[in-house]
Design a protein around this ligand. Structure first.
Ligand SMILES: Cc1ncc(CN)c(N)n1
Length: 207
């Protein structure tokens, strides 16, 4: 039987590339350049808009026992979108801009996930949230102004939320066919690759 942990064990290197990147390393050192950080901030806001739509669709496919956590996630996304708007305003950034190709590619992939069965969606949701939880947590405490960003996804409550998503994905996988297991693995791999590309996009600052 496939589990989230098995996916992490099987694709260690790929997952490391998704969660450990010079972008985050330079946030930790305080040496990230404004163009790089601002590129990430604007593009991540655009991503989170589409991610919110994905979570809403996952709610539609989920068993009622999983509603609590998904509704909690949607509520947190409401705050997160407003927080992104505040952060962008502080930096005089225009959020009504076009998506860079990597961001667009990831958003297109989110749409593809919505057409798959619930176990695959549950694995996708867990992987996307785990990527940010670990990505922002692994470097350890960051200096201001990045501490606030690291804390948003690295905090204990978010870690607990990701654990619940993992349990839900595992329970959805319990009765999954081999085909669905393969789809879940493929979605996990693609998310890991897209997460790495997203950091890379921000790191190159849109040049
Ligand atoms: C690219 C990306 N991946 C994941 C997350 C966490 N929701 C995010 N905000 N952005």
């Amino acid at each position: 039987m496939l589990t989230c942990q098995k996916l992490l064990n099987k694709h260690t290197e790929l997952w490391q590339k998704a969660t450990i990147h010079p972008f985050l390393g330079q946030c930790k050192l305080g040496t990230i350049q404004p163009i790089q950080f601002n590129t990430w901030l604007v593009q991540d806001y655009l991503f989170v808009v589409e991610f919110t739509r994905l979570v809403a669709r996952i709610l539609n496919a989920a068993p009622v026992q999983h509603f609590d956590s998904i509704l909690g996630g949607l509520n947190a996304l409401k705050d997160e979108l407003n927080w992104f708007r505040d952060k962008a305003a502080e930096r005089n950034l225009d959020l009504s801009t076009i998506k860079q190709s990597t961001c667009q590619e990831y958003c297109n992939f989110l749409l593809e996930i919505t057409e798959m069965s619930y176990p695959v969606q549950a694995v996708g949701l867990w992987a996307i949230e785990l990527a940010y939880n670990q990505g922002w947590q692994l470097p350890g405490p960051m200096p201001e102004p990045y501490a606030e960003f690291a804390n948003r996804w690295g905090n204990v409550a978010f870690t607990e939320y990701v654990r619940i998503l993992e349990k839900q994905a595992d329970s959805a996988l319990e009765t999954a066919s081999e085909t669905v297991e393969q789809q879940a693995e493929s979605v996990f791999i693609q998310i890991a690759q897209l997460e790495n590309s997203f950091w890379q996009m921000a790191f190159t600052g849109g040049q």
